[in-house]
Design a protein around this ligand. Structure first.
Ligand SMILES: [Zn+2]
Length: 466
């Protein structure tokens, strides 16, 4: 306890030095790169150079090493980014649903204060049927070009967003831009050269033209080693395409003289299971870490957060309160997330055991290792602590199938410790019940602290959150 107090004193002393407080940015860009796994970005240590432009931005940004989504499906996760509410509270608990009445969006908050607001999206899951257009003066969801109807090539979406930025450069109003790219979401069809970059010594693709959405329905064991490598390289090639589009966006901000006044947040809605599990090249239904972890980069021009890596676990739930604090806007009452600015600047104590909650819709065919009958489309829920995770699948008989993972010893979540650790399962199960019980019933609920007894038991086992 004493050293924590000391650290706070030192932190405060640091603030009183000659350093002037940073001037807040005027504008905000949130770029969402759909289906992007952080461990496939060179920024997060990937062995291939997939993210040259993001790496460059990240050197001038705060990078969150353990950012967790709230739902491993596109519309629910994006609705949380754009409202700061849990899926059960904003109402979009799966793709195809509409934002609940009375839920305030970030765009509405900014628009009410005179900001220009524009959104440019690339997938049907974010079309205006979601209600996520609420508060945007421009909501461009025209999915034209190749793949029309389901998705739009990121280059087209980015060019339209840049066209809108050009108008804002002389418009005299601050702005909020939300840009969504569908790369690297399947079907992983980048230009062949972008995939071949990640296949040294190979000059053509054997799997070219073979759509991932058919292959993924096969057992991954029916794909040979070359095919698996190619599909991963195709995914990585899509990341490289999205990264170039980020570069194009950053160049436009520079060219238009906006870069020094514009904060840029880069994130994803969820990750992707590639070839590590039987139902491959897919997301949704399984909140394992390859789907639950997301990249999160927070760039504030001229800010002391530049160059920091944040090890604390944070949630996509925290993006909206962060954006609001950054632009000096009071948040709507009772947002459950927290602003990450102090963490990004190294001015907040570690968040320790702070849990992250992730949900999914139950898709039994994707978890064939569970023999008991499951309840399709019911909620799969997970609580993730630093180093430990409990996933619960809903059983047809009303109970739960628990899977407990030690993320330190088993980051791939392959060994279910639940049968051996019933006391841990029962403590975390009760926390999931308590968290789920707060949803909808209490929209004003703020924050979530672990039960002190559960926290103490976890610390005694070495899960101290450090
Ligand atoms: Zn998505």
């Amino acid at each position: 306890m004493r050293w924590v107090a000391l650290a706070v004193v030192i932190g405060l002393a640091g603030c009183t030095a000659a350093e002037p407080p940073p001037s807040p940015p005027e504008n905000l860009v949130i770029l969402s790169i759909d289906t992007l796994r952080p461990d496939h970005l060179s920024l997060y240590g990937y062995h291939h150079p997939t993210s040259e432009h993001l790496d460059r931005l990240a050197r001038r940004s705060a990078v969150f090493d353990q950012a967790i989504t709230v739902h491993v499906t596109t519309a629910p996760a994006h609705a949380t980014v754009l409202t700061g509410r849990w899926p059960a509270d904003h109402g979009i608990v799966r793709n195809g649903l509409r934002l609940a009445d009375g839920v305030t969006t970030l765009a509405e908050v900014f628009a009410a204060r005179g900001w220009a607001t524009g959104a440019f999206v690339s997938g049907w899951t974010l079309e205006r049927h979601t209600g996520l257009d609420r508060g945007f003066e421009v909501y461009d969801d025209a999915l034209d070009g190749p793949g029309a109807g389901a998705r739009r090539a990121g280059g087209l979406t980015t060019d339209r967003a840049i066209g809108w930025l050009e108008l804002q450069a002389t418009g005299g109003r601050p702005f909020f831009l939300f840009l969504h790219l569908f790369e690297p979401h399947w079907p992983y069809d980048p230009p062949a050269a972008d995939a071949l970059r990640f296949l040294p010594g190979q000059y053509e693709l054997a799997t070219i033209g073979r759509p991932v959405h058919i292959e993924r329905r096969l057992s991954v064991n029916r794909l040979d080693g070359l095919e698996r490598r190619e599909y991963v390289a195709r995914y990585d090639g899509e990341i490289a395409v999205a990264d170039r589009l980020l570069g194009r966006l950053l160049d436009a901000l520079d060219r238009l003289g906006l870069a020094r006044r514009t904060a840029v947040v880069v994130l994803s809605d969820h990750g992707e299971t590639l070839v590590e599990r039987e139902w491959a090249m897919d997301h949704g239904g399984r909140p394992y870490d390859e789907q639950a972890r997301v990249p999160l980069v927070l760039h504030i021009p001229g800010d002391r957060s530049a160059g920091r890596r944040v090890a604390d676990q944070v949630s996509l739930l925290d993006v909206a309160p962060t954006a609001l604090e950054l632009l000096g806007v009071d948040p709507p009452a009772g947002l459950p997330g927290r602003s990450l600015l102090a963490l990004a600047r190294g001015e907040a104590p570690s968040s320790g055991l702070g849990p992250a909650f992730v949900t999914a819709g139950c898709l039994p065919e994707r978890v064939p290792h569970i023999e008991a009958p499951l309840r399709p489309h019911a909620v799969v829920r997970a609580v993730r602590l630093p180093g430990l995770k409990l996933v619960e699948y809903p059983l047809a008989d009303g109970g739960w199938h628990p899977e407990l993972f030690d993320l330190g010893a088993d980051p791939g979540e392959t060994v279910n410790l639940a049968p051996a650790r019933p006391e841990l399962v029962s403590g975390l199960h009760a926390e999931l019940d308590r968290w789920q019980g707060q949803r909808r019933a209490d929209l004003e609920a703020t924050g979530f602290e672990l039960d002190p007894g559960v926290a103490e038991a976890l610390r005694a086992l070495g899960y101290d959150g450090d």
